[in-house]
Design a protein around this ligand. Structure first.
Ligand code: IPE
Ligand code: IPE
Ligand code: MG
Length: 257
């Protein structure tokens, strides 16, 4: 880890990035662990384990680039359909990873926040670790690292709809007050800005039910790199691709005079 104050400009400069057009919020679908392991004749869990270094290098790169929010997908609501042994491994792995690395994130002034459904079947030991890690880093003011865990985009929107229905039924909200802000306020992380850049590794080109609301106007960048081979340099290449895009948000750009 580096405390070099010029590091931010170094990574940006190496990739020709303009520091005033950095994305505020980058979301990553960390994909390809199983294939990375298979290429080496190893079981899938070896790929998950190897992904830890990629994640922490991406966190360092995000700090260097001055991102506000990095959201990474650790476990989806559909990943429960995987073999029992892999699910159990991923639960233990994520709990241990947080336990081992939370102090390091804290020292880097990173604020850790989990998004997703926290109730069962998430094991109590994992839920306790999540609450501890969030509490430990709650006052930090640097990068916000959002970990999507037992996360599904439709589940998030369903939970928001249910919260709205409860508020309407209780008389706290009138039906004609249900607007986009009312939905946004009931998402898992209402204070986070919309996703500017969505990165998926491993060559797959789909959302798989990730951040459906938040990515409405995100620029999508797909890289062939398998997640365990990802690092801050690849992150910067993705940001370079983002900076080459023309974001119009439905508008027409004025022709140059
Ligand atoms: C991403 O890698 C990690 C999780 C989904 C937990 P995969 O496990 O999906 O790896 P591939 O896509 O099978 O290679
Ligand atoms: C999405 O990847 C979930 C995570 C990265 C945690 P998957 O590998 O589960 O998605 P599909 O099955 O290829 O769509
Ligand atoms: Mg996958």
């Amino acid at each position: 880890m580096t405390a070099d104050p010029t590091a931010r400009t170094d990574l940006a400069a190496r990739h020709g990035l303009s520091t005033d057009r950095m994305p505020r919020h980058v979301a990553i679908i960390m994909d390809g662990n199983g294939r990375w392991a298979a290429q080496r004749g190893e079981p899938r869990r070896v790929g998950h384990t190897a992904g830890e270094a990629a994640l922490f290098d991406a966190v360092e790169g995000s700090i260097e680039l001055g991102l506000e929010v990095l959201t990474v997908w650790a476990f989806s609501t559909d990943n429960w359909k995987r073999p029992k042994a892999e699910v159990a491994f991923l639960m233990d792995f994520n709990r241990d990873l947080l336990r081992r690395r939370a102090h390091e994130l804290d020292e880097r002034n990173v604020r850790v926040r989990f998004i997703g459904r926290r109730e069962r079947p998430v094991p109590r030991a994992v839920r306790d670790e999540i609450a501890w890690g969030e509490g430990l880093t709650a006052d930090n003011t640097g990068l916000v690292l959002q970990v999507a865990f037992n996360y599904g985009g439709r589940a998030e929107l369903t939970d928001a709809a249910r919260a709205i229905a409860a508020d309407v039924a209780a008389g706290r909200l009138a039906p004609d007050q249900v607007d986009e802000d009312a939905i946004r306020e009931r998402l898992y992380a209402p204070s986070a800005p919309d996703v500017d850049l969505l990165v998926r590794t491993s060559g797959e080109q789909r959302l798989s039910n990730y951040l459906l609301w938040e990515t409405a106007y995100a620029e999508l960048v797909f890289t062939e790199v398998l997640w365990p081979d990802f690092d801050r340099e690849e992150l910067a290449r993705c940001v370079a691709a983002y900076q080459g895009r023309d974001r119009r948000f439905g508008r027409v750009h004025q022709p140059p005079r």
